[in-house]
Design a protein. Structure first.
Length: 95
């Protein structure tokens, strides 16, 4: 499930099903309908899935810059619940 906090964006589709053995997976967009200045980026994830090692999560900025937040680590553990901050996530400052 994707969530966000901003007062200038339309909400993404919540609770997307994650398909098994489907390489494209799922994606979702947060659309900001006006020009804004980004002062900080913080990404909180709460993804329910039975095998965390299946998951790859990227955040893609409007200019196409991609930042990998999670890349198939965690093995057989369930779910991915984490907050990614600029201070500990390489690349978030590029967005």
């Amino acid at each position: 499930m994707l969530g966000f906090y901003t007062n200038r964006a339309r909400p993404p589709t919540p609770a997307l099903a994650i398909p098994d053995n489907h390489q494209p997976g799922v994606s979702n967009k947060i659309i900001v309908d006006e020009t804004v200045t980004v002062r900080s980026v913080e990404v909180s994830l709460a993804i329910t899935h039975t095998y965390r090692g299946d998951l790859a999560v990227e955040l893609i900025g409007p200019d196409g810059t991609a930042v990998t937040l999670h890349n198939r680590v965690g093995g057989t553990r369930d779910n991915l619940v984490r907050t990614y901050l600029v201070v500990d996530t390489t690349g978030l400052t590029r967005l």
